[in-house]
Write a protein that binds this ligand. Structure first.
Ligand SMILES: *[C@@H]1O[C@H](CO)[C@@H](O)[C@H](O)[C@H]1NC(C)=O
Ligand SMILES: *[C@@H]1O[C@H](CO)[C@@H](O)[C@H](O)[C@H]1NC(C)=O
Ligand SMILES: [Zn+2]
Length: 272
């Protein structure tokens, strides 16, 4: 069975200032975590992110918004040899509940592509997946968010598929080891030790979907370079249920095809 999906977002250099204070960037190392004001419920949800803050105009007007349905016949592929994803072993990292998501703050890591060099800002999770592959969704997706010195954004994403054999990805078992400690938004805990070598091997040994899209959370900035592994990572049912119990639901609805009018503008025109 072949399954693949990727979620990445790119943010244009011009929008760098818009990114300050968003969940893209590492949080303060001390004290409480500031939970985000946007969410996925009622008027806090993605249909109204622009209504929450006019700085989020790309969410309702942008034409290259993420997530998308990836059509595997149509999407571009990056060569594994063109992408150098490197995150060194970490003994522990801060794991935060931002309300809108769960984020590991780890800045030791680099991404080098044909066009740019980026530094890791954080990685975070979505349940269910945001990207869909040939229409199909997945139970979970992880986004490694990188930023260049000029504030260009690249995201490396992986989707997960539940394993009928109980297989998992040990790196993420170690991330989720103390997840029950952060049931409340605004809290954090520490991960167990994190070894990224198997994840790098997975990325390098499968195809990589590539496209230019957006952040999937406010301010939905565009020109985000997305790289999504074509092969899902295994996730066992216990880990999935534990994450879903804390994370609840944080997937933005699927956006229009790249380059097409924003679905919110299309819908508003129909109403008028
Ligand atoms: C989501 O955001 C809205 C608008 O700010 C708020 O009224 C609502 O309580 C929030 N819901 C959750 C579940 O956080
Ligand atoms: C990141 O790298 C620095 C310098 O090599 C090191 O001192 C630090 O412990 C590393 N952080 C983590 C979380 O591993
Ligand atoms: Zn994300």
């Amino acid at each position: 069975m072949k399954v693949s999906a990727s979620i990445l977002t790119f943010v244009a250099a011009a929008s760098a200032s818009c990114l300050r204070g968003t969940s893209l960037l590492p949080r303060s190392a001390d004290g409480k975590v500031a939970a985000n004001s946007f969410n996925y419920t009622n008027t806090g949800g993605p249909l109204n992110w622009y209504g929450l803050d006019s700085a989020n105009s790309a969410c309702s007007k942008g034409k290259n918004q993420s997530p998308i349905v990836i059509d595997t016949e149509d999407i571009d592929y990056a060569k594994a040899s063109d992408i150098h994803f490197h995150v060194p072993h970490a003994n522990a990292a801060k794991f935060e509940n931002l309300g809108s998501g769960l984020e590991v703050v780890l800045t030791n890591g680099t991404l080098t592509t044909k066009d740019n060099t980026y530094k890791l800002a954080q990685f975070h999770f979505h349940t269910p997946s945001e990207h869909r592959i040939n229409e199909e969704y997945y139970p979970m997706e992880v986004h490694f968010v990188f930023e260049s010195s000029a504030s260009d954004i690249a995201v490396v994403g992986f989707v997960f598929e539940l394993s009928q054999f109980g297989y998992s990805t040990p790196l993420f078992d170690n991330v989720f080891a103390h997840i029950d400690d952060i049931a409340s938004p605004g809290t954090y805990t520490m991960t167990n030790n994190l070894d990224f070598s198997a994840l790098t091997g997975h990325l390098n040994s499968h195809g990589i979907y590539q496209y230019s899209g957006s952040l999937t959370t406010p301010p939905c900035s565009e020109s985000v370079a997305w790289f999504l592994s074509t092969e899902p990572l295994p996730l066992n049912v216990q880990s999935y249920n534990a994450v879903k119990h804390i994370l609840k639901y944080n997937a933005r609805y699927t956006q229009n095809a790249l380059g097409q009018d924003n679905l919110l503008e299309v819908a508003a025109n129909e109403l008028n």
